[in-house]
Ligand binder design. Structure first.
Ligand code: FAD
Length: 458
């Protein structure tokens, strides 16, 4: 790594300044790819038919749509458009996924529902087998149907009003997966302790993340950049935590930070009815927690590195059979994107992970543990009690799962093995996750500018 060889922090090595610069260049491109191509803007998932596998709805800590409604106080007093239920609804064309027989018959009904502008072969997916090297549970696992198609472009991630006990319980369950010395799996269906019981585990991770952030900032400052302006002075230093555990935590926390950023940046002012950035929300959830922002940047580096590794893979990938012009264009866009990402370890050096640690752990079982935990995080998404939040939660966990699969199963000692196939949903999730992270970084830049204005005026 160019900046901090094998240093813990640098789990991702590039500095904020590097990544901001890169993002300024890549963001328009990534955003266009995710939102303006048929291939990447429709996602198939099972949004409604899967039950939360970790707790029952009757327990009061719910995982169904009704919960999203009850999280807003005095629901009846606010106009319908402000209610969590309304804000959680999905917009745009939505189609039932056809069975294989229907697929062979060139699904006319699906096309009719999606509209003439959408090329059939760009949204239909045939492959649904899973691979033991997956870091995510395929969304059709154990479900009655194979899911619905949803337009991602029509359902931006934004404020929905989903909050309170239901949302906290989901986050808590997600962070518990990072607890590598957690209780046995069977304990988790019984009910989970409150967030306060979780905090000892969290604080160590958060402290490490803060330490990581400090070190990243040192590297950043050495380069003469002072843009972020945030520091974490009192964080204790934990030197003994394993790299893989920390990476797991950073991925989750960075994903959480991206979600918080989007909901703060596209927030509904319930007094004026206007959508727009909410600076206080940003301060409370992100600015005052620099380690969360650090984790978001970390995720950017990790996902970019995965996308860059796909360059050769997409060479032979069929994006939309039957529409060769669009196929070639989409493929070319991915290649262009990959070509503009700095090579390998300058961005993120995955090769230092899952090495044997004499006397402690062997790399392979560490990786299996890591993979199983990540799969559980993807299962927890069925406990999210708001349609839009569940949609984006699923897209992003699948996106990170795909990034991890590409990073750790393509190359790095696996050269002799066949590369695992990527499903269409995995590729779509990966690019849309990159778009979410990239957009969150732009939103943070905007919030920082707003803060400067407020400071000058105040
Ligand atoms: P929460 O964000 O719920 O956080 C709970 C606790 O986790 C915090 O008190 C803090 O201790 C810790 N924490 C917070 N952020 C981080 C971080 N980055 N790293 C580490 N620890 C952290 N709401 C929407 O309006 N729109 C959405 O699209 C949306 N999507 C969601 C998707 C998922 C998967 C989930 C679980 C929730 C989603 N929500 C969404 C709800 C949203 O994330 C919050 O839960 C809600 O706004 C309440 O926020 P809060 O301030 O109580 O803290």
């Amino acid at each position: 790594c160019a900046l901090e060889p094998r240093a813990k922090v640098s789990d991702a090595c590039a500095s904020y300044a590097d990544l901001d610069q890169l993002n300024n260049r890549l963001y328009p491109y990534v955003h266009k790819l995710a939102n303006n191509t048929d291939f990447f803007s429709y996602y198939r998932l099972n949004l409604y038919n899967k039950e939360c596998p970790f707790w029952s709805d009757e327990s009061g800590a719910c995982g169904n749509i009704a919960c999203a409604v009850t999280t807003v106080e005095n629901e009846e007093d606010v106009p319908a458009i402000w209610r969590a239920e309304e804000l959680s609804k999905l917009e745009g064309p939505k189609a039932k996924h056809p069975g294989r027989k229907q697929q062979k018959e060139r699904q006319r009904p699906l096309l009719d529902q999606l509209g003439e502008s959408v090329g059939e072969s760009c949204v239909v997916e045939y492959d649904d087998e899973c691979d033991e090297r997956d870091y995510c549970v395929p969304d059709d696992e154990g479900a009655a149907g194979k899911g619905d198609y949803v337009s991602l472009a029509d359902n931006p991630e934004r404020f929905t009003g989903y909050a309170g006990e239901g949302a906290h319980q989901v986050w808590e369950a997600i962070y518990r997966e990072n607890c590598f010395s957690r209780p046995p799996t069977s304990d988790r269906s019984v009910g989970l302790p409150g967030l306060s019981a979780l905090s000892p585990g969290l604080s160590q991770n958060q402290a490490q993340a803060a330490l990581d952030f400090k070190q990243v900032m040192k590297a950043h400052d050495r380069q003469g950049a002072t843009k972020s302006g945030t520091t974490e002075e009192n964080a204790p230093e934990f030197e003994d935590e394993c790299l893989e555990k920390r990476v797991f935590y950073r991925v989750i926390s960075g994903m959480h930070a991206a979600i918080s950023t989007h909901l703060c940046h596209d927030y509904l002012n319930q007094t004026t009815g206007q959508w727009g950035p909410n600076l206080q929300c940003y301060k409370d959830r992100l600015h005052n927690h620099p380690e969360r922002i650090s984790n978001l940047y970390f995720n950017y580096a990790l996902v970019l590195r995965a996308v860059s590794k796909l360059r050769d893979y997409v060479q032979d990938y069929t994006f939309c059979t039957g529409d060769s012009a669009q196929d070639a264009k989409t493929k070319n866009m991915i290649r262009q994107l990959a070509d503009n990402i700095p090579p390998g370890p300058q961005i993120f050096d995955e090769s230092i992970m899952f090495q044997d640690q004499p006397g402690l752990a062997d790399g392979l079982s560490l990786k299996e543990d890591f993979r199983n935990r990540f799969r559980n995080v993807s299962r927890i998404m069925d406990c999210v009690g708001c349609d839009k939040c569940r949609l984006w939660g699923k897209v992003q966990t699948n996106g990170f799962g795909t990034a991890l699969k590409v990073l750790f199963e393509f190359g790095n000692g696996h050269e002799d093995q066949e590369k695992p196939l990527l499903r269409r949903t995995e590729l779509v999730a990966l690019i849309n996750t990159l778009d979410k992270i990239s957009g969150a970084m732009k939103a943070i830049e905007h919030f920082r500018e707003m803060m400067v204005v407020v400071e000058l005026e105040g």
